[in-house]
Design a protein around this ligand. Structure first.
Ligand SMILES: NC(=O)c1ccc[n+]([C@@H]2O[C@H](COP(=O)([O-])OP(=O)(O)OC[C@H]3O[C@@H](n4cnc5c(N)ncnc54)[C@H](OP(=O)(O)O)[C@@H]3O)[C@@H](O)[C@H]2O)c1
Length: 292
């Protein structure tokens, strides 16, 4: 099976290359060095690679940056995804694409299912939702995996930033009124790998009937404050910490350009029921991630 990965230098893309490389021939878009917003280059690259599956881990993920450059975010998160959808249809090539909990407004008291109505609060959330719709409207054979609070230890993430600040400061002030599902990027890559491994002999026949939206995120939810406390407590390199106190603060005390959903936990039961994938509880994954 030949798998074409976009965004292979990102947090998730890097892990996907390792996991999928165990059973598939992996082609990295980054090696061709084109910008995926160049539709001609994207079409040429995919047609000449002729993969069995496309995995799109590329995105404009700078949530606050997207407020400053909405057109750039739209080109990557929506327009280019539409081109991928068109190619997935014309090449009969299944696509795995990732979306976000930021498509929701976070005002619901129970975890969001795939049937709940999105209402993004930010440019990032709106453009990611447009990307989802570009695939659904084209009837692309696409599995759209909505995930949340993705972290790793290799690149910049909420968890790596907390640990860096724990080494630099005595006090950390962390938002306590945003709730979500911390997701270790390796867990998400492994879950994707499981789905593709099962489909490896007949990818289109196996995956096209599964096309649609799925919530796939770390098990259980917590606040940013709880995640920060857990990261500091579980860090094996605690001796280098300067931090003495972690203070919970409201979102209003830490204003940012983009509005985040307050309580956007995802109900991931459909992915378990239909795809047979379920990510481990977030605290277990965090301990594994920090252990290296
Ligand atoms: N991070 C999160 O907390 C989070 C939460 C929910 C959902 N997600 C979704 O999960 C997926 C993976 O996220 P991630 O955290 O792994 O993202 P990431 O680390 O920011 O990686 C994104 C990758 O996309 C590439 N990219 C961006 N614009 C591109 C372009 N025009 N052409 C080619 N490549 C381009 C980036 O390359 P450069 O670095 O060279 O620009 C980068 O390698 C995304 O769909 C994201 O929306 C992420």
């Amino acid at each position: 099976m030949r798998v074409y990965i976009l965004g292979s230098d990102g947090q998730l893309g890097h892990e996907l290359c390792g996991v999928l490389g165990c059973f598939a021939e992996v082609i990295r878009a980054t090696e061709a060095g084109y910008d995926m917003t160049d539709a001609t280059a994207l079409r040429d690259a995919l047609r000449s690679a002729a993969p069995d599956v496309i995995v799109n881990a590329a995105a404009y993920t700078d949530v606050d940056g997207a407020e400053r450059e909405p057109e750039r975010a739209r080109k990557v998160n929506a327009d280019a995804v539409g081109v991928l959808g068109e190619l997935a249809v014309s090449m009969r090539c299944p696509l795995v694409h990732y979306s976000t909990d930021f498509v929701f407004d976070g005002t619901q008291s129970r975890p969001y299912t795939e049937d709940d109505t999105p209402n993004p609060l930010s440019v990032y959330g709106r453009t990611k939702l447009e990307g989802e719709r570009a695939l659904l409207d084209r009837g692309a054979p696409a599995l759209i995996l909505r995930t949340a609070w993705v972290y790793g230890t290799r690149a910049r993430s909420f968890v790596s930033s907390v640990l860096r600040l724990a080494r630099e400061r005595e006090e950390l002030r962390i938002v306590q009124d945003q709730i979500g599902n911390p997701t270790f990027c390796r867990d998400l890559a492994e879950a994707t790998g499981l789905v593709l491994y099962e489909a490896r002999h007949h990818p289109h026949e196996a995956l096209a009937p599964l096309a649609g939206l799925y919530h796939v995120a770390g098990g259980g939810s917590c606040s940013r404050y709880e995640l920060a406390c857990a990261a500091v407590a579980l860090d094996p390199d605690k001796r280098s910490h300067k931090v003495q106190r972690i203070v919970p603060i409201p979102t209003s005390a830490y204003p940012l350009p983009a509005t985040r959903p307050a309580t956007a936990a995802l109900d991931c039961s459909k992915a378990h029921r239909v795809l047979g994938i379920r990510l481990p509880p977030w605290r277990e994954s965090l301990a594994r991630a920090l252990a290296g």
